[in-house]
Design a protein around this ligand. Structure first.
Ligand SMILES: Nc1ncnc2c1ncn2[C@@H]1O[C@H](COP(=O)(O)OP(=O)(O)OP(=O)(O)O)[C@@H](O)[C@H]1O
Ligand SMILES: [Mg+2]
Length: 364
């Protein structure tokens, strides 16, 4: 069935569908720009109280959050059967799409992505928000090396010292303390044993940043992807691995396989940052308890100019595209440019001719 489309918009195409919601690309008739709509089936979400809560919460959080690298809410709509969100279209493509075609990313690009992510998470944490679902498909990269974070469906605001017990997230990115919450929920038919569990706080997002570094640099998350959650044996094995933490010998082997025997400084720094974020004990993670400043001082990102990043990103992109840098980088940014659903404005700014160039055609 076609999704409900808000007045003043036309449907371009459906992008993804789950039993209770549809994500589609639409066009605004008035400004001729493309947007994303997320339409929820009221009856279906009513079957699960926590989904209703998360949808209402998504709208509230989107309205509160204002950051240039976090997707913006443009409006809401509803009829008797559905409720919907109208969102800006993120420029570029999801990192998961890049991983599907390129397997892994060069350390130069991973660093630039992680620097921007730290900035986003500093903003979220300083306002109390836990994001909970950081993964490659929720981070978009555009052809100018800028990222956008999408999907705020699981965000929760926690006061300092407060803990949450809501099972959330995606297994391959989940910190051990979130795994504990899930396991308790599975064992107690949806009820989490809050008395005997510590719950979780903002530190789960730091762990997920560590997972993303692992995935981008080494081609897969630390413990692979947990596909079959219903398979108890596989699930328990996966949970145990996550709780135990990285095995140094296995990691060395994987690094050698993907990056070679001799690493450059940037690769070494990123791996050190990654391991400091992937600590199973959440208090030991770099930047734990909303101290993102600690992460900014790490050698993997302390060179980044957080105050004036525009200039850095422009020259990084130019270098990559001129093939002055690394072929692999040029390749990925070109892939971003030619793949996915592009926002017209993504191309508009630098592909129009400037005044001088236009003059060439004056006599035509
Ligand atoms: N603002 C956006 N701009 C571009 N693409 C988007 C946007 N929002 C969603 N998408 C696309 O639709 C997919 C699903 O959207 P989203 O993650 O918000 O929904 P979801 O219900 O949480 O789905 P999932 O369970 O797959 O994460 C995204 O992975 C992305 O490819
Ligand atoms: Mg999502």
């Amino acid at each position: 069935m076609e999704p409900l489309v808000p007045e003043g918009y036309t449907l371009i195409k459906n992008l993804s569908e789950s039993p209770y919601r549809k994500v589609s690309l639409v066009k605004n008739i008035e400004d001729d720009k493309r947007y994303i709509i997320k339409v929820y089936d009221k009856k279906k979400i009513m079957e699960n109280k926590s989904i209703v809560q998360s949808v209402l919460n998504e709208k509230k959080v989107l309205a509160e959050i204002d950051h240039p690298k976090i997707i913006k809410l443009r409006g809401t709509f509803k009829d008797d059967d559905n409720i919907g969100l109208i969102l800006d279209l993120a420029k570029g493509i999801g990192l998961s799409t890049i991983l599907q075609s390129h397997q892994k990313l060069p350390a130069e690009l991973v660093s630039v992505i992680i620097c921007q992510l730290i900035e986003i998470f500093e903003y979220l944490q300083s306002n109390g928000y836990v994001y909970k679902d950081l993964k490659a498909s929720h981070v978009f990269l555009d052809k100018n090396s800028r990222i956008t974070l999408i999907d705020l469906g699981m965000v929760e605001k926690l006061e300092s010292g407060e803990r949450s017990y809501i099972p959330a997230g995606t297994f391959h990115s989940m910190a051990p303390e979130m795994i504990d919450v899930w396991e308790s929920s599975i064992l107690n038919s949806g009820k989490v044993d809050q008395e005997n569990l510590p719950g979780y706080n903002h530190n789960i997002d730091l762990y997920a940043i560590g997972v993303l570094i692992h995935e981008l640099l080494l081609g897969k998350p630390p413990y692979g992807y947990l596909q079959a959650i219903a398979d108890k044996e596989k699930r328990l094995e996966y949970f145990t691995k996550t709780r135990e933490g990285i095995n140094n010998d296995e990691q060395l082997e994987l690094i050698e396989e993907n990056l070679g025997k001799v690493l450059n400084e940037q690769q070494n720094n990123l791996i050190d940052l990654m391991n400091n974020l992937l600590k199973p004990n959440h208090e030991e993670r770099l930047g734990a308890n909303r101290q993102t400043e600690e992460i900014k001082q790490h050698s993997a990102i302390n060179w980044y100019n957080f105050e004036d990043e525009a200039e850095y990103l422009d020259s990084f992109t130019k270098k990559s595209k001129c093939k002055l840098g690394i072929d692999e980088l040029n390749d990925i940014l070109s892939f971003v440019e030619t793949c996915g659903i592009h926002n017209e404005s993504d191309f508009a700014d630098d592909e129009k001719l400037n005044e001088e160039e236009q003059k060439i055609f004056d006599d035509f």
